[in-house]
Design a protein around this ligand. Structure first.
Ligand code: GDP
Length: 378
């Protein structure tokens, strides 16, 4: 394991929570699960140290908003080491009564649409309004390529300087399921620490959007104008997940085109099922660079929250999301157990061959494979 993977927490000389940056990096990949005993002398006035925290240290630290402990608790939650998972679950259990008090906003769009720029603009705007903003990312690509489609969050130079903002890059979890578990639990930890707006960024490629939709209250799709046919290249399915479409880069020469695109999208949205019962998804324009339209989209989000809370749709969605999450985890566990079963691994080539050659019907093949696992369970 490289040095980098064991990067110790930075602890200011007098303790406390002064951070030069609000970007909190987590563990990369798996965690070795070893207790932190390293104490590395560091030149200058900073020193590194790692002291084991108890469950209570984590819980109390998060609840009083201690940023250093918040970062370490998220690192614990992101760890794959069995001992850490157990401890993290105990911490989460105790934090649970203090969670849920935020508006959770998912933000998606193709690379280059301006997600980072927009999140920074919205985040700074909200901090200045007195909100506490946590920015999380769900980027399954990072676990495969170790690079990130969502880019480096330290680019949000203005937002990292806001004392009321907390930015957490995407965890690397091996699978989308792993990344999702970590992001969901990180979101809960942030809520317990008093963040009242959680912005979850994901990239407009496939399954991660559905996953983020399943963990947020409001889902925002960032788009660009000027792609000729306005609906070209944009999956109808993604639009159907969105509570608002926001055409970014509505500035300079592009402003007129963005407004025309908005009209066109609004027309198209008439024919699509809304993502949220009782709410009409509409298109808006903004410029993440000039800030025009940022306050308006926040008004839309507030309006959404008020209307859906009054109708009960807000609370009902959250209840369904938690149950969905439970069964998603059950499914994932069963799937992993099945495919990792040595007897299944052993017999799969034979069964697959028989199916391909037409000697074994697919249904019988499935039954035989399941039978192997079920036999073992008895
Ligand atoms: P992401 O890949 O979706 O996170 O996109 P970025 O936030 O990195 O933005 C991609 C590029 O678009 C950058 O060069 C930004 O400066 C630029 N950009 C983002 N928002 C706007 C905007 O509102 N107007 C203009 N003109 N450029 C923008």
């Amino acid at each position: 394991m490289s040095q980098e993977k064991q990067r110790p927490e930075w602890v200011p000389p007098e303790g406390g929570d002064e951070f030069t940056t609000n970007v909190m990096h987590g563990v990369e990949g798996g965690h070795d699960g070893m207790p932190g005993t390293r104490s590395i002398a560091h030149s200058g006035q900073h020193r590194y140290r790692r002291r084991q925290l108890s469950v209570d240290d984590h819980v109390q630290g998060v609840l009083r908003g201690d940023r250093s402990i918040l970062a370490r608790t998220i690192t614990l939650v992101e760890s794959n080491a069995p001992a850490h998972i157990e401890m993290a679950q105990e911490v989460l259990k105790q934090l649970l009564p203090h969670t849920g008090n935020s508006i959770r906003v998912g933000i998606t769009g193709v690379p280059g649409v301006g997600k980072s720029t927009f999140i920074e603009a919205l985040g700074v705007f909200l901090c200045h309004q007195g909100h506490r903003v946590a920015v999380l990312a769900v980027d399954p690509s990072s676990s495969v390529t170790r690079g990130s489609i969502l880019g480096d969050k330290t680019r949000m130079e203005m937002l990292v300087r806001e004392p009321n903002a907390f930015i957490r890059p995407s965890p690397t979890g091996g699978t989308l399921g792993g990344v999702t578990r970590k992001s969901r639990e990180t979101m809960l930890v942030c809520e317990a620490a008093g963040f009242d707006v959680v912005l979850v960024e994901t990239v407009g490629v496939g399954q991660s959007e559905i996953t983020v939709r399943s963990m947020v209250d409001f889902f925002l799709l960032l788009m660009l104008s000027g792609a000729g046919d306005e609906l070209q290249g944009i999956k109808k399915g993604v639009i159907e997940l969105a509570d608002a479409l926001l055409i970014n880069k509505a500035d300079g020469d592009n402003k007129i085109r963005a407004q025309a695109a908005r009209t066109e999208y609004n027309r198209a949205l008439h024919y699509l099922a809304p993502a949220t019962e009782g709410w009409r998804t509409r298109a808006y324009t903004c410029s993440a660079v000039s800030g025009e339209g940022i306050a308006e989209i926040w008004d839309v989000i507030k309006d959404f929250r008020q209307k859906t809370t009054e109708s009960g749709v807000f609370q009902n969605r959250r209840r369904m999301q938690i149950l969905d999450w439970v069964y998603t985890m059950v499914e994932e566990h069963l799937r992993t157990r099945f495919f990792n079963d040595p007897r299944v691994i052993n017999i799969r080539p034979q069964i697959e061959q028989a199916v391909i050659e037409g000697k074994l019907p697919a249904t019988v093949a499935a039954q035989e494979l399941l039978h192997i696992v079920e036999q073992h369970d008895k």
